[in-house]
Design a protein around this ligand. Structure first.
Ligand SMILES: *Cc1c(COP(=O)(O)O)cnc(C)c1O
Length: 370
């Protein structure tokens, strides 16, 4: 059994993938070929957003908007410590300061009250200037953007949605990547919509921001390629990855539906044994991961491994306790909910093609362990 099975998906659409890749080999436009624009307009339409910009990774999809907002030393960007390193890394990389707010223990997403407390505290201290909020849609479920956007407005902050795990999710009927000033997703192979290499996309309705992002994506270019108007980077998406993604997108909606069925079965079978994930009634999750909590996690993991079932822990160490962020001067106990989740969480095999048989194996192994 695989944790995420990409082979079954490939078997379904291999012909279309080969056709799309062969087209790229034929036209030879490896950099910014026509597939890029096609993918951008397809996904912009899917999300209900005006502009989409293909980039080299989910990390670049976060970095580039922060550059467009001129984040640098002295700036505070509020985010969660219970996420993948990239979320806070990009803030720090630009010289800005990630200011963490603890998570809601039910959804694992940023706690709205603690977010506002962190903003107020930062303003009172007066050392950093609050600039933006970077919430994460952890494991595929959108954060609470109605409330987040309200807070952003109150304190005059931008909001960047880290939708690396939530492409395909909805919040109050609106798609992830359409919920804030700007959104970032990732096409890392294991994400809900994954390429065969690195890739990402940025979404925004803001025309000015769009122009800036386009420029930063290609070395800060101006109207002339060799007259650069700002410092940027090489953040382009590969044409071949766009070609692969176009083939995969054709079955993406169906896969999101299949994910709901697997999650429903896991929920029903496991709810009396572990703390199963909670999806709020206004949300549909993209189910990037199926993560649950149990105080005796290690015992369950051992049983699963004995049965040959792969397990993963997202995330074993919250960001404030990682060496990369020692300069922030944070300590154990600063974000107790994140720390508790990190010590109790684990994820089991999950993908749209997980058979009933494999689901049973996982469920039985967990049932027999506690
Ligand atoms: C995967 C991920 C990223 C980074 O995406 P890459 O494509 O790997 O650079 C950023 N944020 C979150 C929450 C992620 O899960």
């Amino acid at each position: 059994m695989q944790f995420i099975d990409l082979k079954t998906q490939q078997d379904r659409i291999r012909e279309k993938i080969e056709l799309n890749i062969n087209n790229v080999l034929d036209h030879g436009k490896y950099i910014m070929g026509p597939e890029i624009k096609e993918l951008e307009s397809t996904l912009a339409k899917y999300c209900g957003v005006k502009h989409a910009i293909g980039v080299a990774s989910g990390t670049d999809a976060l970095l580039i908007p922060l550059m467009a907002y001129d984040i640098g030393p002295g700036d505070a960007v509020f985010t969660t410590p219970f996420t993948f390193i990239a979320t806070a890394e990009v803030i720090q990389l630009l010289g800005g300061t990630p200011v963490f707010a603890d998570i809601d223990p039910e959804t694992f997403n940023i706690d709205i009250e603690k977010l506002e407390e962190a903003i107020i505290k930062t303003k009172q201290e007066g050392k950093l200037t609050p600039k933006g909020i970077l919430p994460v849609d952890l494991f595929g479920q959108a954060a609470d953007y109605d409330k987040i956007n309200k807070i952003a407005k109150k304190y005059d902050l931008f909001v960047i949605e880290d939708a690396a795990q939530s492409f395909g999710a909805t919040y109050n009927g609106k798609r992830a990547c359409s919920l804030t000033d700007v959104a970032s997703t990732s096409f890392f192979p294991a994400k809900p919509l994954g390429a065969y290499g690195d890739g990402g996309m940025i979404f925004t309705n803001d025309d000015d921001l769009y122009q800036k992002i386009l420029s930063i994506r290609v070395h800060g270019s101006g109207s002339d390629k060799y007259n650069n108007i700002r410092v940027g980077l090489n953040g382009r998406l590969d044409t071949i990855q766009a070609a692969v993604l176009l083939a995969k997108f054709e079955i993406f909606d169906e896969e999101i539906k299949l994910r709901q069925m697997v999650a429903k079965r896991y929920n029903e079978e496991l709810k009396d044994i572990v703390k199963v994930p909670v999806v709020e009634s206004h949300n549909i999750s993209a189910w990037a991961q199926y993560a649950m909590l149990h105080p005796d996690r290690d015992k369950i993991i051992e049983k699963l491994k004995e049965a040959g079932i792969p397990v993963a822990i997202y995330y074993p160490i919250p960001l404030h306790l990682q060496e990369a962020f020692t300069s922030l001067g944070l300590n154990k106990g600063d974000f107790p909910i994140s720390e508790k989740c990190a010590s109790e969480i684990f994820s089991i095999p999950f993908h749209p093609y997980l058979t009933r048989d494999d689901q049973d194996k996982v469920i039985d192994a967990i049932k027999s362990s506690v």
